[in-house]
Design a binder for this molecule. Structure first.
Ligand code: FAD
Length: 287
């Protein structure tokens, strides 16, 4: 099923993101994670794509196939283009077509200062245009409630986001954020700019102070005082930090759903315990 179809009946879509096992990791860890996550009945699961796309002998595409075929759950394959040529993407399209993949999160990817980007695709919108001409795939895109770090302003980033939607993205998934106010301001501007496709809110439960500081450093999300107080108080106590992080994410989700958000995309970090706690806490308000 094409992901955009999931939004048509008006329910709040609830989805998970996972990443392939790290190098030297075992494929068994994927099955273990998926056994637990699919038991929570998300609307779909997206699978991230790393440089090279393969880890532990198991690619993003293979995990997406497993999610669809073994677990009968809809899935999206993330795909970046910054280090790919058109020939590389032709191969990906062929592989996706052969395996009945329907949904792709088309991404540019981060530019590694040590690896000069290939010239064929400069932006995610160009990847969508190219793949759309060669397949019946359905495309999602990334969006940034506080603006992409390379953009000079949120307004400029939204202009570029509109280009991505015009190229064929029928659904957007947001970068993580901790201040719902920034998401609401973004939605207002995006709708005013004529972006009408469903936009899911990206929620990252902060269960480990160090990893969240690293993530925030990379993506530039701002930290409201309410959130920094939690890290200051519980950052050195793993159990308290985990429980406070789950409670904070639950509060964000309740507020977003009450405000009519199209969907919640939970960055699970392959942690079924956290995904279960949150899914159970919000199940009655999401249904
Ligand atoms: P683009 O949409 O191309 O935008 C990148 C920058 O270029 C922005 O500043 C934008 O405003 C600007 N821009 C866009 N179009 C134009 C234009 N026509 N003219 C001028 N400027 C333009 N990375 C991974 O490596 N693997 C993953 O699996 C992955 N998953 C992600 C999932 C989500 C939900 C999100 C939010 C991000 C994910 N990322 C992932 C990170 C992403 O690759 C980076 O944020 C990257 O820097 C930008 O990718 P993009 O697709 O948003 O790029």
């Amino acid at each position: 099923m094409k992901i955009s179809e999931l939004f048509k009946d008006g329910h709040t879509v609830f989805s998970f993101e996972i990443f392939p096992p790290k190098k030297n990791g075992s494929i068994d860890t994927v099955y273990k994670t998926l056994d637990e996550l699919t038991d929570l009945h998300p609307d779909f699961i997206s699978v991230t794509y790393g440089a090279g796309g393969t880890a532990a002998g198991c690619s993003t595409r293979e995990i997406v196939s497993i999610i669809k075929e073994k677990y009968h759950t809809e899935s999206i394959a993330h795909l970046t283009c910054v280090n790919s040529t058109k020939t590389d993407i032709d191969r990906v399209v062929e592989d996706f077509n052969t395996h009945g993949i329907e949904n792709v999160l088309a991404l540019r990817g981060d530019i590694n200062p040590d690896i000069p980007p290939k010239e064929d695709f400069k932006h995610a919108s160009e990847l969508i245009t190219y793949m759309k001409e060669r397949s019946d795939l359905s495309f999602s895109g990334a969006c940034y409630p506080e603006g992409h770090p390379e953009s000079s302003s949120l307004d400029e980033d939204i202009e570029n986001l509109k280009r991505k939607v015009d190229a064929g993205a029928t659904h957007l998934m947001s970068q993580l954020f901790f201040d719902n106010g920034s998401f609401y301001r973004f939605i207002e501007k995006a709708r005013a700019a004529g972006i009408t496709v469903p936009i899911e809110a990206g929620i990252m439960p902060c269960v480990n102070a160090n990893s969240i500081k690293r993530m925030v450093g990379l993506c530039g999300a701002s930290l409201p005082p309410k959130f920094t107080k939690i890290i200051a108080r519980f950052g050195d106590d793993p159990e308290a930090m985990r429980d406070a992080g789950i409670a904070y994410a639950n509060e964000q989700i309740v507020d977003l759903v009450s405000s009519g958000v199209d969907g919640i995309h939970l960055y699970t970090m392959n942690n079924p315990y956290v995904a279960r706690k949150i899914s159970e806490a919000v199940s009655s308000i999401i249904k």
